[in-house]
Write a protein that binds this ligand. Structure first.
Ligand code: TEU
Length: 538
């Protein structure tokens, strides 16, 4: 089905640069490594890639702490390497989206360094949220706001003032009331648009603007933000003023011809509230985390799908669908936990191990369901291999600040960031030319390696490739859904394809018609087993 703009039904693949492919052999992925492996994305059949941050950074939060928005970190390469990556992607018909981190800078950013040097009351401090503390000597934080990563959202500097950071201490929040901050980011947008990028993924898109006066809020920060116990929007999230920023950015993007896009990372519920980010003059898309977090039951999945579509329909936007990214437990493991078990913030120390077989079976069924939905789908590198979370990383190699800030109560996000296995039977599975890897990969990952799965019928990589081919052929990304009722089933028709997922405990018969693809094996009598999705020609 032809669509007016590329992103409305695109499948966008998230590349996490430090863990995709390493060309220079230091054990950390880099831009030249990505360029060398682009053909994997072409064979898989995605439309675009989104690159997580590769900008100069002290890497306190894996690059989401940006010290310079207009350059490449030497660990990842040079601007020339970036231009080469862009050219190689264009040559292959792949679009490129880059990450923008506007809520906070790194503490190494020149603005923050200036602010520290200039002292209290200086214009340089205006660019951030510096405040005097409470208590007799200002020894207490200015308010009780908590960091998403755990602990207070304030850190004190030697002259006695405190600065706000909703994430790590190394990530001071910018003051978006200041025109100078707005101007700087418009220049950053233009810098990358001029280099040819097709769009931006906007980090913490619901966080930039804070309620004026920073009123008290003592609740812990949750991944999804909705009106809290006091029935008020938390003062640090989802403020009305943030939409003004995106209207301005939309004009900048539209000045480049109309096919450049923005997708917001906004952990906002319910769906109608999230839809405000994708009004016609704002962002093009927002990640749909309400779907990601829906429990594995027919009822919950159907409700999440219908609510998501109903949420964006009134504003004329498209839905997005996402199951994994660099912040959440990989869905092949997440879905292996017992019902009601939450892996928010990572797997807790002392938690049980997930059931790998159940996790992978459900992950494959969930992926086929996701890829049959209208709108845009986001894949996270490695999920096309069915990669599980690395749940047994030794504590001493962990680098995620959430691990330290949670006082080592949750294991954090390193387990979903382990470098990709490319070849079976070689050191570091071919991730790096000399066998190094910044996080150790498990010893039994041969079966997940790209080259191994490419030649293995029925592999997860084969399933993804075939699903993406059929999704395109049948225009599933641009269709509409007609629902059928059934106990423990998600069952609908999208154009010429009937999609059925069995959430129950017993096999169910399939409707007549050519079976196009199944996420697992059918039963001997041709019926659909539990935790399995089928696409049938309708
Ligand atoms: O994440 C924002 C966010 O609020 C969550 O994904 C959060 O990281 C998670 O729930 C913590 O357990 C974005 C980036 O995707 C993430 O990698 C960064 O760490 C964060 O912003 C700060 O830039």
């Amino acid at each position: 089905m032809s669509q007016l703009v590329w992103w409305r039904d695109a499948v966008i693949y998230q590349v996490y640069p430090r863990s995709f492919a390493d060309a220079d052999g230091d054990g950390l992925g880099d831009l030249r490594g990505i360029t060398s492996r682009l053909d994997h994305l072409v064979e898989l059949g995605v439309d675009a890639l989104w690159l997580s941050p590769f900008y100069p950074s002290p890497q306190q939060d894996a690059g989401y702490d940006v010290a310079n928005y207009r350059d490449v970190d030497p660990r990842f390469g040079t601007l020339a390497d970036f231009d080469e990556l862009m050219a190689a992607a264009k040559e292959r018909g792949l679009r490129v989206v880059v990450d923008l981190v506007p809520n906070h800078t790194s503490w190494d950013h020149e603005w923050f360094q200036e602010a520290l040097a200039a002292g209290p009351g200086s214009p340089a401090r205006e660019r951030y949220h510096f405040r005097k503390g409470l208590g007799v000597d200002g020894e207490l934080p200015p308010n009780g706001w908590q960091s998403v990563f755990g602990g207070p959202a304030w850190t004190r500097v030697p002259d006695g003032e405190w600065y706000l950071h909703l994430f790590d201490t190394s990530q001071p929040d910018l003051n978006w009331d200041l025109p100078e901050v707005r101007k700087m980011f418009e220049d950053v947008l233009r810098f990358w648009l001029d280099r040819g990028v097709d769009g931006f993924r906007v980090d913490v898109a619901h966080g930039l603007v804070k309620e004026s006066g920073l009123p008290e809020w003592t609740e812990a920060q949750m991944p999804i933000t909705s009106p809290g116990a006091e029935h008020r929007i938390p003062p640090m999230w989802d403020q009305d003023g943030v939409h003004e920023v995106y209207r301005q950015w939309r004009q900048v993007l539209d000045g480049y011809g109309g096919d450049r896009m923005m997708v917001g990372e906004a952990w906002v519920a319910p769906a109608e509230r999230l839809a405000r980010y994708v009004r016609p003059d704002e962002m093009h898309q927002a990640f749909n985390f309400n779907y990601l977090m829906a429990p594995w039951t027919a009822q919950d999945q159907r409700t999440a799908i219908e609510a998501s579509i109903a949420g964006v329909e009134p504003v004329g936007a498209v839905c997005t669908w996402v199951l994994s990214n660099h912040d959440v437990v990989r869905h092949a493991s997440r879905m292996g936990f017992p019902p009601g078990y939450s892996t928010q913030g990572g797997i807790g120390v002392g938690d049980p191990q997930p059931d790998e077989a159940q996790g992978l079976r459900r992950a494959r069924a969930a992926t086929m369901l996701m890829l049959s939905l209208p709108g845009s789908a986001y894949l996270y590198q490695g999920e096309e291999l069915g990669l599980p979370e690395h749940t047994t990383l030794p504590d001493e190699v962990r680098q995620d600040p959430t691990w330290f800030r949670s006082k080592r109560e949750v294991r954090g996000r390193d387990g979903c960031r382990v470098p990709i296995p490319w070849e079976p039977g070689v050191a570091a599975y071919g991730f790096s030319p000399n066998g190094r890897s910044w996080l150790p990969q498990p010893g039994d990952w041969d079966r997940f390696a790209v080259a191994y799965q490419r030649r293995m019928p029925g592999s997860t990589l084969t399933l993804y490739t075939e699903a993406l081919r059929l999704r395109r052929k049948y225009g599933l990304g641009g269709g509409t859904l007609t629902w059928f009722d059934g106990d423990d089933l998600v069952d609908f028709r999208n154009g010429g394809v009937r999609v059925i997922t069995n959430f129950g405990a017993v096999p169910v018969p399939l409707p007549p018609g050519e079976v196009l693809l199944v996420s697992g094996d059918l039963a001997a009598d041709g019926s659909l087993p539990p935790d399995t999705t089928a696409w049938v020609r309708a």
